[in-house]
Ligand binder design. Structure first.
Ligand code: HEC
Length: 157
């Protein structure tokens, strides 16, 4: 626990309640996270972890499945919060990308959770990172939670 606290920092800790090592969903709604996975993180969202082509694919998926609630500009709507930019990232800083992926897959779109493929969810995450001003790179974000758990969301520049 104390080691995890050191790794993850205060912003992420506020989003989690720990019971016997398992993360339990709290009001802020972050899905289950494995501390072990966080300690294995080997890269960050500043390292170019998605491609621009992937983000463009993600934009199509987003516009069809998410924009009605979260807005064309990802800035949120009447009921739904923003899903890009500093106001969003502050809640996800020091959380692995795989946890964000899982949270979206389990709960979104709110009117039909889980109805997209893993590839589509992954492309949407790439789009959200792109719209949060993280750099694109040469390699696509892999549609594999364990791989995404190795990539830490860090505060932008
Ligand atoms: C029918 C409306 C609706 C749709 C469609 C929808 N969402 Fe949401 N979303 C919400 C609401 C309401 C919340 C806040 C409640 C909650 O956290 O579950 C939310 C919360 C979220 C959060 C958590 C934000 C945070 O920082 O806690 C993420 C991420 C998210 N949505 C992503 C998506 C993505 C990606 C899609 C498309 C695949 C999507 N949503 C589609 C309504 C929607």
């Amino acid at each position: 626990m104390s080691k995890w606290l050191t790794v993850c920092g205060a912003a992420a800790v506020s989003a989690f309640v720990f019971m016997g090592g398992a993360a339990v969903e709290t009001a802020s709604g972050v899905g289950a996270a494995l501390p072990a996975a966080m300690q294995e993180a080997s890269s960050s969202t500043l390292d170019g972890v998605f491609t621009s082509a992937q983000a463009r694919r993600g934009r199509r998926v987003y516009n069809q499945n998410c924009a009605s609630c979260h807005g064309q500009e990802l800035t949120g709507g009447e009921m739904a919060p923003s899903v890009a930019g500093a106001g969003f990232i502050v809640y996800w800083t020091e959380v692995p990308v795989g946890v964000l992926f899982d949270r979206i897959k389990m709960t979104m779109p709110e009117d039909g959770p889980g109805r997209l493929s893993d590839e589509e969810y992954t492309d949407v995450v790439a789009y959200m990172l792109d719209r949060s001003d993280y750099p694109s790179g040469e390699t696509e974000l892999p549609a594999d939670k364990a791989e995404m758990d190795k990539i830490m969301i860090v505060a932008g520049e």
